[in-house]
Design a protein around this ligand. Sequence first.
Ligand SMILES: NC(=O)c1ccc[n+]([C@@H]2O[C@H](COP(=O)([O-])OP(=O)(O)OC[C@H]3O[C@@H](n4cnc5c(N)ncnc54)[C@H](OP(=O)(O)O)[C@@H]3O)[C@@H](O)[C@H]2O)c1
Length: 329
Amino acid sequence: MEGFKALIVDRTQDGNHRCEVGMLKKEQLPQGELLVKVTYSSLNYKDALAAAPDGNIVTTYPFVPGIDLAGTVVSSEDARFREGDAIVATGYGLGVTHFGGYGEYASIPADWAVPLPDGLTLKEAMICGTAGFTAALSVQALRDNGVVPEGGPVLVTGATGGVGSVATAILAKLGYEVTASTGKPEAKEELLGLGAASVIDRSELAPAAPRALDKQRWAGVVDCVGGKTLAAVLAGVKYGGTVAASGLTGGTDLPATVFPFILRGVRLIGIDSVFVPMPIRRKTWELLASEFRPDKLHELSSEIPLEDVPAALAAMLAGKSRGRVVVKL
Ligand SMILES: NC(=O)c1ccc[n+]([C@@H]2O[C@H](COP(=O)([O-])OP(=O)(O)OC[C@H]3O[C@@H](n4cnc5c(N)ncnc54)[C@H](OP(=O)(O)O)[C@@H]3O)[C@@H](O)[C@H]2O)c1
């Protein structure tokens, strides 16, 4: 291998920030038992932060972002994987402390790799990607806590984003009545097409005078927005309902009261996709390839080349992203 293309984020000595496609050599890759020919990666909010000058995600430069990848093992120093195996990797240090998926090759620890499950192609695995994986963990958290389709409407916030769109599609497939909350009124038809039963404007979940307890509306909630939205959502959860919280696009504060928890038995479940243990990781990918597999998986996504990633990440940071964007390497 002479050299290969990668998206390189760098900070020059004069303090300038660069994010552009360049060439790397294999020797520049970090240590890892698996050398992987990356076929697809995808865009996630964390990648947008990693590529931004003030994202506070990356600490050493130059760096290759990309918190997920799907590809084929080129060489393996670990008995669990062989040349030619198709694998998926998300989370851990990928694209944060360790060069990530925005390169034609990646070198990763074998402990981070999940065999591609039957029922998903490499591209489909990245249509799901970290966002879809997080959506699946969130949906499973609702199920584990007794949220059933007969229990009434479930809410998905940030519904046009990666986590939100896949969560909407999975929940609809499982028979839940999904209310999708979005800040993009023009996306209503798209969300109904994914299976949402109704669409509300996100301003409904950001009242000027938030109440500690509100009308009981939601049996369950997949929230990737956080902040005031999550606080307003908690106030509207039905008795015994569950909220799976994974994100912070709306802020990191949580200006809520304890009343939903102590008067309505509401459960707030934190979702972490980064260090989730390998048995749950494998089971979740199996679910995404079977029971959870959205019927309109391909309609959720668009595909871009590596060269288009910087502009797409900037749009994501500005809250303009729609659905899932896969990156073809
Ligand atoms: N816990 C984990 O392991 C984990 C894993 C993956 C992602 N996440 C987090 O989950 C969140 C979503 O990730 P993603 O990849 O789905 O990002 P994304 O594609 O950019 O989607 C985020 C969505 O949030 C909504 N939004 C954006 N700015 C907002 C604001 N100021 N107030 C309210 N809503 C806003 C938008 O949807 P609408 O316009 O439709 O409202 C946007 O499309 C991020 O915070 C990410 O860091 C966490």
